[in-house]
Design a protein around this ligand. Structure first.
Ligand SMILES: O=C(O)CCC(=O)C(=O)O
Length: 315
């Protein structure tokens, strides 16, 4: 693990290396780590059976999205990454989108009570699901630029607007490209800057972060949930191992924010019919002065308030 340097210390109270988060089963420690370091590791969040079902489903889905030519692939970078939809095998990094449509096991992961408890600790009540995807990071994936997941905001926020959960579906270690963090950076009150990397002809070929950051790479076994405040600087590591790293990547957000995944539109009727009420609320089908649905497409708010579809009316 790299040490916490003066560069980090200038941006806030440095965290003593002995206080850095370690995998724990203690929810109070998880909350303390989230508050202090901006990330935490909940050990054994998933049972061995849940890990197996998740891994089997992800491996099959990734393979078949590749074979049918609809895989979302890249080289592993974040900004400047060449994303494409293509056959698998041409790039080491593969994203699997809209996982709620791709297996009931993912519904279980979204509704995990301990994850919802930790998320409520960060965001308060009423949060909704922001993103539900998976990452297949094969050997050869590049290191991601350091970034926070509130990057779309051009201003710092005093509280998190988004809270992330990464389920480790394989072991996470440095060689396999485990997620790295800049501990305590959620409290820096800064917006990260990026600059273009140009080739000889002046064409932008990559983006890089401005500044130096000392990072730590927590390691933990499959089944661990990595939770973080979205303001915490982090990134995927370089996978030099030849082994595939699998993760389910979830995020929850304040109910006032726009979701990455437009769940109300993208969930199939068949999957919708099989979802729990709690999951529907998490996906944004609830209404509590926010999130009204005019049911033009046959879907309504669930719960006590539902609105009729009213079109143009004439006398
Ligand atoms: O894959 C990882 O470890 C991190 C992914 C990430 O931060 C992202 O895609 O924004």
């Amino acid at each position: 693990m790299a040490s916490i340097s003066q560069a980090n210390a200038q941006n806030g109270t440095p965290i003593d290396p002995k206080d850095l988060p370690e995998p724990t089963r203690d929810m109070e420690r998880v909350k303390q780590d989230l508050a202090k370091s901006g990330y935490a590791l909940l050990r054994d969040a998933l049972t061995a059976d849940q890990v197996k079902r998740t891994r089997d489903r992800l491996e099959e889905q990734a393979e078949m999205e590749g074979k049918t030519g609809v895989a979302n692939i890249g080289d592993g970078r974040f900004l400047g990454r060449q994303w494409s939809v293509s056959a698998d095998g041409t790039e080491p990094w593969q994203g699997i989108r809209s996982i709620l449509n791709k297996g009931k096991i993912f519904h279980e992961l979204v509704e995990h009570p301990a994850i919802l408890e930790a998320t409520e600790y960060l965001l308060g009540p009423g949060f909704i699901l922001y993103n539900a995807s998976a990452i297949v990071m094969r050997g050869g994936s590049s290191r991601q630029q350091v970034h926070g997941d509130q990057i779309m905001f051009t201003f710092p926020t005093p509280v998190p607007l988004i809270a992330n959960t990464f389920y480790m579906v394989t072991d996470f270690d440095e060689a396999r490209g485990a997620t790295y963090f800049v501990p305590g950076s959620h409290r820096w009150n800064q917006v990260l800057e990026f600059e273009a990397v140009l080739d000889d002809s002046g064409k932008t070929v990559d983006m890089r972060e401005v500044g130096e950051f000392d990072c730590v790479t927590p390691e933990a076994p499959a089944g661990t949930a990595l939770l973080f405040d979205a303001r915490t600087l982090h990134g995927g590591g370089e996978n030099v191992s030849g082994e595939t790293r699998l993760a389910v990547s979830l995020a929850y957000c304040l109910p006032t924010l726009r979701q990455i995944d437009n769940f109300c539109m993208s969930i199939s009727d068949e999957v919708y019919a099989d979802m729990s009420e709690r999951l529907k609320l998490l996906c944004g089908f609830g209404f509590a002065y926010l999130g009204r649905i005019d049911p033009a497409l046959g879907r309504s708010n669930i719960g006590s308030v539902q609105f009729p579809w009213i079109g143009e009316l004439h006398r």
